[in-house]
Design a binder for this molecule. Structure first.
Ligand code: MHF
Ligand code: KIV
Ligand code: MG
Length: 268
């Protein structure tokens, strides 16, 4: 049986069942093969090839510069590494905002050229037509409401979103159009609770408090592999930066002192 047909693969309906059963869904970003493999083996339910890779991998100031071709390059690696997790890929700026046909072509390329299973699209109410077109074409789509990083210039920064009425409208419209889940970014916990109550599909929160169906974070933030600033909602669980610095420093010291390579690491 092919890897992608594995019965243990997390599906969109499995996520719906977890939400119904109040079993929290775990989701994290992944951008490369070895990290995605470790995360899949650690049992995370969903991996997100996020356009945040523009910031945490490419070093840009916003998520806007990453291209569809670059997203596909990373998604192909992650999709090949994951055996169990459902892998979702962000539609980067501006593919998810162009014509319905262009959005559909971008979504189809992601499913054709990677082993990933779904796409994510920023927006709710005004994205209903694109969400419906994707879902109808057999491309599972997760909507992303609340703080929308692709709107950073429109919003003048990354800000907590507090218009509860609008957020419920967005989430409902997305779910009605066929989104299999709704990601909610940076809203008050009470607002996220109300959104979750208002929709029939799972909600995945980031900076949205505990009253949602699941949680997502940028992996580099939780493992301590970022250049500096962490959003307040992040909890850092590890310190990979320290491990890298320590290993690299020790290597340089040993090369400079002649300790490495010793006989043990040389050929006779
Ligand atoms: N490394 C990283 N982690 C993320 O979670 C993340 C990214 N990058 N890039 C894309 C978006 C941007 N995100 C962010 C970034 C900053 C804040 C932030 O500064 N929030 C303030 C409150 C701002 C306000 O309401 O005025 C905070 O105190 O956390 C929030 C979300 C979340 N996403
Ligand atoms: C922060 C999450 C939700 C995301 O969209 C990303 O990583 O790009
Ligand atoms: Mg994103």
């Amino acid at each position: 049986m092919a890897k992608s047909d594995s019965p243990r693969r997390v599906t969109t309906s499995a996520l719906a069942k977890m939400a119904r059963d109040n079993q929290p869904i775990t989701m994290l970003t992944a951008y490369d093969f070895p990290t995605a493999k470790l995360m899949d083996q650690a049992g995370v339910d969903c991996l997100l090839v996020g356009d945040s890779l523009a910031m945490v991998v490419q070093g840009h100031e916003t998520t806007l510069p990453v291209t569809l071709d670059q997203m596909i390059y990373h998604a192909e690696m992650v999709g090949r590494a994951a055996e169990r997790a459902l892998v979702v890929v962000d539609l980067p700026f501006p593919e998810g905002q162009l014509s319905v046909e262009q959005t559909l072509r971008a979504g189809a390329r992601i499913l054709k050229e990677t082993r990933c299973q779904a796409v994510k699209l920023e927006g709710g109410f005004e994205q209903a037509e694109r969400i419906r077109a994707l879902a109808t074409a057999g491309i599972p789509v997760m909507a992303h409401v609340g703080l929308r990083p692709q709107n950073v210039h429109q919003d003048g920064g990354y800000k907590v979103q507090r218009n509860t009425e609008r957020l419920i409208l967005d989430a409902r419209a997305a779910a009605d159009a066929g989104a299999f889940a709704v990601l909610i970014e940076c809203v008050p916990a009470e607002t996220a609770r109300q959104i979750t109550k208002a929709v029939s599909v799972p909600t995945i929160g980031i900076g949205a408090g505990p009253h949602v169906s699941g949680q997502v974070l940028v992996t580099n933030d939780l493992i301590g592999l970022t250049a500096g600033y962490l959003p307040r909602f992040v909890k850092q669980y590890g310190n990979i930066a320290e491990a890298i610095t320590q290993s690299v420093t020790a290597y340089c010291d040993e090369v400079r002192s002649g300790q490495y390579p010793s006989d043990e690491h040389s050929f006779k």
